[in-house]
Design a protein around this ligand. Structure first.
Ligand SMILES: Cc1cc2nc3c(=O)[nH]c(=O)nc-3n(C[C@H](O)[C@H](O)[C@H](O)COP(=O)(O)O)c2cc1C
Length: 375
């Protein structure tokens, strides 16, 4: 993958390898996709204020969360249906994260089970839970606990799915229904088709039960289990049930971060789900600049991160770690586990260069003074 010089190159490779329908699932945002664009534009709006003549001969990209130090200020964000990009996609992401010493977060909607991922990777694993009915949620909590996941992430911006127009047009859903258009799309991408045929079409593996043995019944089960009535009282029950660190993902305002803090969350991921849920909301990097310093809880960031410079901006704005969503998925789709490793290495190298050029040798010590005042 040496010919890739930026994340956009991995994105192009992913687009070439995947059928249009699958690429659109990976890439798409909600409604007219203004949120998707806003996330990216926000990163270009925040500018560095570099220091000069500081010693940057030794640079350190390590960062810590909850007292644990990681070699890079990164984690891999939870993403569903990874097996449609590459069979075994969850396992590849988990192993690549472990190789680089960063946490991997497995989605509720994964295509490998909680237990398979635990066996495949000895790295740090987090489990992402959707707002599910209590009994189903507690079942997953117990499985994640038994399998050694260290941190639970509750995603709170999916009371229902966002309106993803690309998926509505293409007919993307689990299980796949073969229309002539989808069959042609697959035929034009033979490498992808061959790998999917060899391994079998992906299933919502965590929902497999004696009653839900195929993708269709698993998807129906997952839809039935989504609980749009989940509220702060339900969160309190989850808080009691999970003995380790519990992070809320999908908050995007100071007021909500305050509520999370009072409700006993250990940290918050400022996120708008990569622009896939509600279209007209703030870019989380903007929210982070407004929230940082006004709460005691660690803040993490995702949505729109496509370079090491973006990560350094996130850290300067007050993030403790930044999560990669589409960036690592481009690598996965382009070249499997090696592609994910290449993306992490590229971002690590860009972080290093950015630290040298901004005059801040340690990413953990960079703060808002490294950014021009927000306006
Ligand atoms: C294809 C795809 C699937 C996703 N699935 C989930 C999911 O199952 N659970 C979840 O909490 N977030 C999910 N997300 C959101 C990511 O965790 C993350 O918030 C988002 O990708 C960050 O934005 P970025 O892709 O611009 O980096 C998904 C994102 C993508 C792109």
């Amino acid at each position: 993958m040496s010919s890739c010089v930026k994340i956009e190159d991995f994105r192009r490779r992913a687009r070439r390898r995947l059928p249009r329908m699958v690429f659109d699932y990976l890439e798409g945002g909600a409604a007219g996709e203004r949120g998707l664009s806003r996330n990216r534009e926000a990163f270009s709006k925040h500018l560095f204020e570099a220091r000069r003549l500081t010693d940057v001969s030794h640079r350190d990209a390590s960062a810590s969360l909850f007292g644990k130090r990681y070699p890079l200020p990164l984690a891999i964000a939870p993403t569903g249906i990874n097996g449609v990009l590459r069979p075994g996609g969850d396992l590849m992401l988990a192993r690549a994260a472990a190789r680089h010493g960063i946490p991997f977060c497995l989605s509720t909607a994964s295509t490998s089970t909680i237990e398979e991922v635990a066996t495949a990777s000895d790295g740090e694993k987090w489990f992402q839970l959707y707002v599910l009915h209590r009994e189903q949620g507690m079942l997953f909590v117990k499985r994640a606990l038994d399998a050694g996941y260290t941190t639970l992430i509750l995603t709170v911006d999916v009371a229902v799915n966002g309106k993803r127009e690309r998926d509505m047009r293409s007919g993307f859903k689990v299980p796949f229904r073969l229309s002539p258009r989808i069959a042609l799309d697959a035929a034009l991408h033979p490498l992808w088709s061959a790998s999917q045929i060899r391994h079998g079409l992906p299933e919502l593996a965590n929902f497999a039960t004696a009653q839900a043995t195929d993708a269709s019944s698993q998807a129906a089960l997952m839809n039935r289990q989504m609980d749009a009535s989940f509220d702060w009282a339900a969160f309190a029950q989850l808080r009691n049930a999970w003995p380790h660190k519990l992070i809320l993902k999908g908050l995007n305002s100071l007021a909500e971060v305050g509520l999370a803090e009072r409700a006993g969350a250990d940290a918050v991921i400022l996120s708008n789900h990569g622009g896939r849920q509600l279209e007209d909301v703030a870019a989380p990097i903007d929210t982070l600049r407004a929230v940082a310093g006004k709460c005691k809880m660690p803040l993490l960031l995702d949505s729109g991160i496509r370079s090491g410079a973006d990560v350094v901006k996130g850290m300067a704005a007050g993030a403790q770690l930044c999560l990669l969503g589409r960036a690592t998925l481009y690598g996965l789709a382009a070249d499997g586990e090696a592609g994910v490793c290449d993306v992490i290495k590229m971002i690590a190298s860009e972080i290093d260069t950015t630290l040298a050029l901004t005059g801040y040798p340690r990413v953990s010590e960079i703060g808002p003074e490294a950014l021009l005042a927000a306006h």
